[in-house]
Write a protein that binds this ligand. Structure first.
Ligand code: SAH
Length: 599
């Protein structure tokens, strides 16, 4: 196989077939500027949209000997192997390169799996032998190559032009390129950086004999890297983990975690840790765990500084958004003062998301035009109020969200009522929002405290007071999902079931093999309600985790097939529910929903 990257801009390409597979080929080609003709009697909706927008040409009919030499490339992606074979044969006869989806026998070229960072493309090929392996390898590399590589390549291209702008010998040019590469690429971590303009200018001005590449100098005691060297000083990313649901961690947050050498996390952030974090990543739990005290803030600050000084890439993972009542600002102050590079990766704050999952829009046209996030603790502090309860009480068209609101609730209600807020103002409390343990009570300002006590809600929880709370019953979408409240453990070998289960509202903990320390932290973050197993091997394997925290007796074992169920019973699991193993995941969801004990 001979790899090339084709410039398809303005070239005519034929795609035979109008389904999902064809769509992916068409999108890839259109993205690169090809003139694509789709030949098929019927098109899936996104292709229709592209056609309507004039992005592609369409021939609405069956294939009839169209693979001729007029095309630069021909793709066949019909579900009829005979048609695909015919397309290939005719393209071959016409001397046109042809690719039949998923059929290496009928391909004169293969499409690589790609990792893309701007103009940088890594193409992975298996000569058509194992596209699945390439897809997985691609995912692995996706995690290793950060977004910075795009900018780095732009910088490299700029540097190349600058090098060529002056007369130089090939040896001089090479020396400059070596210098650029050595200074900007950390080969071990596969990370890169853009050099400063001053650095580039300096390299370009350096006389040839000084250009020999030096080994990267060590980090100085003050943590300052010597000039012109790949980054050896670590950095800290203050990452918001979101409110609890792992899916609400941002893409960038996930990326920083994948690149991290050390993760310092709070209890509220534990559920968002990726289970597949390699075991080599240092994990530091600094939040309050049942029975123990949280690490004092000063110690957390010192830990962050130490890890960064050791040259590590540190993720400080905090619940919700790092700068919303999370003391993230204080940590950033310390890092700034110590000269440690840091960044903030914002997160979804609980005050907005937990409300949404409880059916409460944070704002609503005409009803609430202001959103106040406050820490309810201020209500119980003795050293004079920082919150103007009098003003809040008078603002009818606003939503008031109180963090750390459980113990402070009586004081808050008292302040607001004293200041004249209507006792019948709608009010709600949401506990563990966006997680499988989410509970809420909906009441009024005057009635909330009693309702919260009756339901036994506890931290972490926040309250919302304001007119939009009125929508809570009608917009209770999360609780209405068939598997809301389920937190299911599964072996990574069953990963293909995950999308259907998650779409139905379940929180899925996908356990990698071997089980990572991170996965154990995630398991323990919230109680599990069940596990889904497909065969004996999965049962045996999960059985080894039975003593892990989070796993309690009475977990329902959802067993797909008789074999798995028999093994689970042998192992003493109970209750065991046997379900038919089938390709229909919607059916699986329906059966679990029908058999489960609603929470
Ligand atoms: N930085 C976080 C807030 C940290 S303060 C954020 O942006 O969300 C901790 C408080 O946040 C808790 O006492 C609780 O009031 C609230 N909180 C955090 N996660 C929550 C959740 N899943 N459901 C309800 N409240 C939550």
């Amino acid at each position: 196989m001979y790899p090339v990257m084709l410039d398809v801009r303005g070239r005519s390409c034929l795609v035979v077939g109008g389904g999902g597979v064809a769509l992916r080929k068409v999108q890839g080609l259109v993205e690169e500027g090809a003139r694509v003709t789709v030949l098929a009697p019927a098109l899936v909706e996104p292709l229709e949209v592209m056609a309507a927008r004039g992005e592609i040409l369409v021939e609405r009919r069956s294939y009839a000997g169209d693979a001729r030499s007029a095309w630069a490339l021909v793709f066949a992606a019909t579900d009829d192997r005979a048609v695909n074979a015919q397309v290939f044969a005719e393209a071959e006869a016409a001397g046109v390169w042809c690719n039949v989806a998923d059929d290496p026998e009928y391909c004169s070229f293969h499409l690589p799996a790609r990792v893309r960072r701007g103009p940088l493309q890594l193409a992975l090929g298996s000569a058509g032998g194992a596209p699945f392996a390439m897809a997985r390898l691609r995912r692995l590399l996706e995690r290793r190559f950060g977004e910075e590589w795009a900018e780095w390549l732009d910088a490299a291209a700029r540097f190349r032009r600058a090098v060529h702008a002056a007369p130089r010998t090939p040896a001089e040019e090479n020396a400059l390129f070596d210098r650029f590469f050595a200074a900007t690429v950390d080969g071990e971590r596969l990370s890169a950086r853009v050099p400063t303009a001053a650095e580039e200018a300096e390299w370009l001005a350096t006389a040839v004999d000084h250009l020999a590449v030096e080994p990267p100098p060590a980090v100085t005691a003050g943590g300052e890297p010597s000039r012109g060297v790949a980054p050896a000083l670590g950095r800290v990313s203050l990452v918001g983990a979101g409110p609890g649901c792992p899916g609400l961690l941002t893409v960038r947050g996930r990326q920083r975690l994948a690149e991290a050498d050390a993760v310092v996390f709070d209890r509220l952030a534990a559920a968002a840790l990726p289970c597949d974090l390699p075991a080599a990543v240092e994990l530091h739990a600094v939040g309050k765990v049942a029975g123990t005290h949280p690490m004092p803030q000063e110690e957390i600050n010192a830990l962050l500084v130490r890890l960064a000084r050791e040259g590590k890439r540190v993720v400080r993972l905090k619940g919700g958004d790092p700068y919303v009542f999370g003391r993230g600002g204080e940590e950033a102050e310390v890092l700034a003062a110590e000269g440690i590079p840091y960044e903030v990766v914002s997160g979804v704050t609980a005050g907005v998301a937990a409300l949404a999952w409880a059916g409460i829009p944070a704002t609503h046209r005409r009803e609430a035009v202001r959103l106040t996030l406050l820490t309810a603790h201020e209500a119980v502090k003795s050293d004079g109020p920082q919150v103007r309860w009098d003003l809040l009480a008078r603002d009818e068209h606003a939503t008031l969200v109180g963090y750390m609101g459980v113990t402070a609730l009586p004081a808050v209600v008292e302040r607001l009522l004293e200041a004249g807020m209507a006792p019948e103002t709608p009010a709600a409390m949401v506990e563990q929002g966006t997680t499988a343990r989410q509970r809420r009570v909906v009441s009024t300002l005057a009635g909330l405290q009693e309702a919260v006590a009756a339901a036994g809600l506890g931290p972490p929880a926040l309250f919302a007071i304001g007119p939009t709370v009125r929508h809570a019953e009608r917009l209770d979408w999360y609780a209405a999902l068939p598997l809301a409240g389920e937190r299911l453990l599964m072996a990574s070998s069953s990963a293909r079931l995950v999308p259907a289960l998650e779409a139905a509202g379940a929180d899925v903990v996908l356990l990698p093999l071997p089980v990572t320390p991170a996965a154990r932290v995630v398991m323990a973050a919230l109680p599990l309600t069940g596990c889904v197993v497909r065969d004996r091997a999965e049962v045996d394997w999960l059985d080894r985790e039975r003593d892990s925290p989070g796993w309690s007796d009475g977990l329902t074992a959802w067993c797909l097939g008789r074999d798995a169920a028999a093994r689970a019973r042998e192992r003493g699991w109970a209750p065991v529910v046997e379900l038919p193993e089938g390709p229909d995941h919607a059916e699986l969801v329906a059966r679990i929903a029908a058999a489960r004990t609603p929470r």
